[in-house]
Design a protein around this ligand. Sequence first.
Ligand code: AMP
Ligand code: MG
Length: 340
Amino acid sequence: MSRKYKITAACAALILLFSAFFFFYQKQQEKQTEPVSVTGFKLNTMIKITVYDKINTELLEHAMALCDTYESLFSRTLSTSEIYKLNHGTLPEKNGFFEVSPETAELVRKGLYYAELSEGAFDLSLAPVSSLWDFTSEEKVIPEPDALKNALPLVDYKNITVEGNTIHFEKEGMGLDLGAIAKGYIADKIKEFLVSKGVKSGIINLGGNVLCIGSQPDGTPFKIGIQKPFSDRGETSITINVSDKSVVSSGIYERYFKKDGILYHHILNPKTGMPYKNGLVSVTILSDQSVDGDALSTSCFALGAKKGMELVESLENTEAVFITENGEFLYSSGFPVSDK
Ligand code: AMP
Ligand code: MG
């Protein structure tokens, strides 16, 4: 073999080696940003957590298990939960102050803040009234007028006191319903956990309560679709570009039933015990923390388009879109719509 031929062969071998190495390296890089997801039915809804970083799938399982941990604190209907026991007076108590976990005390404080901010349109003491309704079974239960009349005087957030990790009710028979705020709180806690483990890119979706971790792996914002009212889950009306934000909707299409041609939905007026009827079908809130977005989506729905929008405009880093029965979209001044 000539010297010239030997050099050419060596060069070709080197090029081949480099190409193989480059191909392998690229595949590894691709693998790192391939999404990893877990899904499940928890908190009475479909949960999906997706992470775009290379992580141990055990972390995702742990994130999923956090839903169970918090459900065992905040559920109104689970007979083993802390809130159920609080509502039924079976928690340890001293002078009428029931002992709760720091997490429950923290969430109740948040709920009281939003009850005050919405002047009671959002009221976490709704349990005596909301427990008379059932929007999940096929039963189509409308509460008896007498039952509602007895329950309504028990609903007033001003009669709740939180001191340290204890809760006191002014009236016997009062109880908490954290359904309008708990999923947001839980989403924030899951994000906190994943970020503490080094996750930089992901989406936490708790039945439409969406919380982004960072942006897409290539640095561009996530595209989040806003649910089209009364359509299949996944069908969207508009899409927004967001990074590191929470996108939470409250709508009459989420839990409802129809009886004698009337639609009864799950966002209730604490003054009447009946579903709000104010021309809105949904409110979506864009915020940094999901607990705020969750509380505000329910609060703004309850306040109606005019007062709800005024509230949103008065808050920092908070945007909203209200969808009306006539199909109108009402946007707050800084709402980032990509295809209006
Ligand atoms: P969301 O889907 O976040 O708007 O929450 C709705 C849930 O919050 C309902 O299923 C009830 O458990 C509870 N809820 C209903 N109406 C109200 C209200 N006016 N204030 C506070 N919580 C409410
Ligand atoms: Mg809510």
